[in-house]
Every structure is written in structure tokens, then in C-alpha cells.
Design a binder for this molecule. Structure first.
Ligand code: SF4
Length: 214
């Protein structure tokens, strides 16, 4: 049976050097050579060509020197964008306010939209009372599709996600035509450092590895 593409199992990940001498059978560079050429050609000649150029250029210029906040500012600048839209989780509203001030101090017009906009009850999205965080109380639903819509209507040229929940971020991304990046992802347990359990997977977070399942 053809093995799934899984670059994490590659013993010689030398694609970054364009060396494909000892790649595994599932190597996507070989398996999808034609499609990759086609997609790359289209990217280089399409409307995202400038984004492709600028993000690689920024990686080179800022490598291990600038934080992600600084890289986000640099990315927007290199693209010549003026109006940035933050889509934030209400639980990170203080962080969002600081971030908005930082962006503003760098000369950007800053929009910011909270995840609970509209005040839509969770029931409207089919959530049952017993499935709420606190059953029996009013709980407003996160509304990432509406966040995306408002930022688009307000003329955001670059959306920056800050702390949206797993799944809500998926809905946001699926509902926007505006260029979108992520400053931070939501992880209530680790203080929004989702890689912590990965770093500690062979010790304190050993429970994450279910025996027999990879
Ligand atoms: S693309 Fe090929 S060479 Fe690169 S990591 Fe994946 S399997 Fe390895």
C-alpha cells in the first residue's frame, strides 16, 4: 500500500538544499513533482507573488533577530499595507490592546474586533445547555465569521489573529478573502504556548502519547 506523505518520517530532509538522493518513497517533492512545479509557477505569477517574495525576504532579513510582533510589522511594511485588523479572543483583550497600541505607534491604522461581537447565544449555533462551560447561564458564542466580515467591511488589508480558539480560527480563515496571519494561538492551559506539551511529550506530557497510536 502506498504510504501517506509524512515528511516527519524523513531521515534526509534535504529538500531545502534541492538534494533528493536519499528521499523516502513518499517524498512529496518526487511524488507530486509536476503539481509542485505548476503551483509554484502560478504563485510566482499570481496575485500572491509579492507576498511570497516579501515573506522570504523578511525571513532572511529578520532571521533570529526580530520577534513575531516585529516580523508582523515588518511584513506589513514591506507589502506597503496601512490598515491592519486584529481578530482577538475576549480572553486576550488586554494583550490585544497592547498589540494595537504597538501597531499604532508604528504608523498603522488599527482595527480590532472581539470574538463575541454580535452577542449571539451559543444555542443559536446548536450548542445544548449541558454542553456549555457553565450550564444554566447565558453564554455568548464566538463568532469568527462575523469577525472576518467586519474586518473586511472596515477595509483591513492584513488580518492578525490573536488567541482564537481551535476551530474558531478555522472558521475565520475559511470566511475571509483578506490576507491573514497569526500572532498567537489559544491554549488556556499553557498560557498560550501550545508547543509546551510537545517539548515535554517524553516527560510531563507523556500522557499525550496513546500507546499503539501514532
Ligand atoms: S519533501 Fe522529501 S526530502 Fe523534504 S522532508 Fe519531505 S520527504 Fe524529506
Amino acid at each position: 500500500m502506498k504510504k501517506f506523505v509524512r515528511c516527519t518520517d524523513c531521515a534526509a530532509p534535504l529538500c531545502y538544499l534541492h538534494v533528493f538522493d536519499h528521499v523516502p518513497a513518499f517524498c512529496p517533492s518526487i511524488r507530486y513533482e509536476e503539481e509542485i512545479s505548476d503551483v509554484s509557477r502560478k504563485l510566482a505569477g499570481g496575485e500572491l507573488a509579492e507576498v511570497a517574495r516579501v515573506s522570504s525576504e523578511g525571513a532572511g532579513a529578520n532571521y533570529c533577530r526580530k520577534t513575531r510582533v516585529e516580523e508582523t510589522i515588518d511584513f506589513a511594511r514591506r507589502l506597503g499595507l496601512k490598515r491592519l485588523g486584529i481578530a482577538f479572543c475576549i480572553g486576550l483583550r488586554r494583550e490585544a490592546a497592547v498589540f494595537a497600541n504597538i501597531l499604532e505607534s508604528h504608523g498603522f491604522d488599527v482595527l480590532a474586533v472581539c470574538c463575541k461581537l454580535g452577542g449571539v447565544p451559543k444555542e443559536d449555533f446548536g450548542v445544548k445547555n449541558e454542553e456549555k462551560i457553565n450550564p444554566g447561564t447565558y453564554e455568548g458564542a464566538c463568532n469568527p465569521a462575523a469577525q472576518a466580515k467586519v474586518l473586511e467591511r472596515e477595509g483591513s488589508q492584513l488580518n492578525v489573529l490573536l488567541g482564537l480558539c481551535v476551530g474558531h480560527d478555522s472558521i475565520f480563515i475559511a470566511n475571509t478573502r483578506v490576507l491573514t496571519t497569526v500572532l498567537a494561538t489559544k491554549d488556556r492551559v499553557t498560557g498560550h504556548c501550545p508547543l509546551q506539551p510537545i517539548y515535554l511529550a517524553d516527560s510531563y506530557y507523556g500522557r499525550l502519547m496513546t500507546v499503539g497510536v501514532r
